[in-house]
Design a protein around this ligand. Structure first.
Ligand code: KG4
Ligand code: ZN
Length: 356
């Protein structure tokens, strides 16, 4: 079964072709048009601009994805599209494009939950895993035992328990900022480029992780909720104080230390909560996905935790950590295979608040 997949939930315009066969599914092509250049001067995504760029870029992205997969449109069996959660105006571009294609071609549509896409990105080639079962085949494990997914991006920090395919439960989420947002905001305070996560990560390599005592909000609370607003405010006050003390020039030399200390605090909170949630639920497979899962310190600390607490942790290959249509094609294929349910060109609607 060949699937043309479309993803426009936030600020990446993406189209992909995936091929599923039994329990395995491959990404044949995955075109991701980043809008970073459009939004960086605003320090965050501007929905109206994102939607306009999606409208301009979606057809060229689809054309390119089909060409790279060497698939003619006639060889596609279904169209998968993200219909939520995300920005309403952005989602609408992808959903309406998919509906137009479906109506014109008669191909069925598969509406995909964006979070499900992130979860199943680990089924693609290039998955990185650590821990006792790291070498075992994930697909088989996935459908035979429960797993816990930590989805961390600019818009999400959620812990989802997956009982089996199609059965999900949110067990934790952020009360305020998402983990990626915390990286982005700290980066902005340090005068770094948007998006801030990669910039912080790069500088942190040359910084001391214990240079500053950054709070780890809610790290020891019994629930599985996250909060990053306090951490952000703490860094803001520290930056103001250090600038007064050292002057702008002197302050610049401290940036790697602040980056490394902030990164350590964010990563430690994410890992402590996830590990505790896994233990409390008797789960030994953990999936970490979303833009922040590209962070190398996060991967390193999860690796240590996997051996310390005896679980296996899975990360998607780096090119699939951020938003992309390849993961939507994978989730779409699984939905068609395991539920047999399709949507149609007249009833599917974008849903910015979609939940499981
Ligand atoms: O999944 P994504 O591409 O888009 C959504 O937000 O849905 O995630 C982008 C987020 C940004 O906040 C970015 O700063 C963060 O992921 N990010 C990182 C890294 N790469 C991207 N955060 C920390 N370390 C990284 N290496
Ligand atoms: Zn996402």
């Amino acid at each position: 079964m060949r699937i043309l997949a479309i993803e426009t939930s936030c600020d990446e315009t993406s189209a992909a072709v995936c091929e599923g066969d039994g329990d395995s599914v491959r990404i044949l092509s995955n075109v991701v048009g980043s809008q970073v250049a459009t939004h960086e001067r605003y320090g965050g995504v501007v929905p109206e601009l994102a939607a306009r760029r999606h409208a301009e870029m979606i057809i060229p992205a689809i054309k390119e994805a089909l060409a790279r997969a060497q698939e003619g449109y006639a060889r596609v069996d279904a169209i998968a599209v993200t219909y939520g959660p995300g920005l309403m105006v952005s989602l609408t571009v992808g959903v309406e494009t998919a509906k137009a294609f479906s109506y014109a071609s008669g191909l069925p549509i598969i509406g995909v939950n964006h979070i499900e896409g992130h979860i199943y990105s680990v089924l693609a080639d290039g998955v990185v895993s650590y821990g006792k079962n790291a070498e075992s085949e994930l697909t088989a494990r996935f459908f035979s035992a429960p797993a816990l997914a930590l989805i961390v991006s600019g818009g999400h920090t959620e812990l989802v328990k997956i009982e089996r395919y199609g059965s999900y439960e949110y067990i934790g989420r952020t009360r305020d900022d998402a983990a990626g947002e915390a990286f982005d905001k700290v980066a902005k305070m340090l005068g770094l480029q948007y998006p801030g996560g990669p910039a912080i990560s790069k500088l942190a390599v040359n910084g001391r992780r214990d240079a500053y005592d950054i709070p780890r909000p809610m790290m020891d609370s019994d629930d599985f909720q996250f909060s990053f607003a306090g951490l952000k405010t703490h860094v803001l006050y520290s930056v103001e104080k250090l600038k007064k003390e050292y002057g702008e020039d002197g302050f610049r030399a401290l940036i790697p230390d602040i980056a490394a200390s902030s990164e350590e605090a964010i990563c430690e909170v994410l890992i402590a909560k996830t590990a505790r949630a896994a233990l409390a639920n008797g789960i030994s497979s953990i999936i970490v996905t979303g833009g922040v899962s590209a962070n190398s310190r996060l991967r390193e600390l999860f690796r240590e935790a996997a051996f310390a607490y005896d679980f296996t942790v899975y990360f998607p290959q780096l090119s699939l950590t951020g938003d992309n249509a390849g993961m939507i094609g994978i989730a779409g294929y699984l939905k068609a295979r395991y539920t047999g349910k399709y949507d149609d060109a007249f009833t599917l609607r974008a849903n910015p608040d979609l939940r499981f």
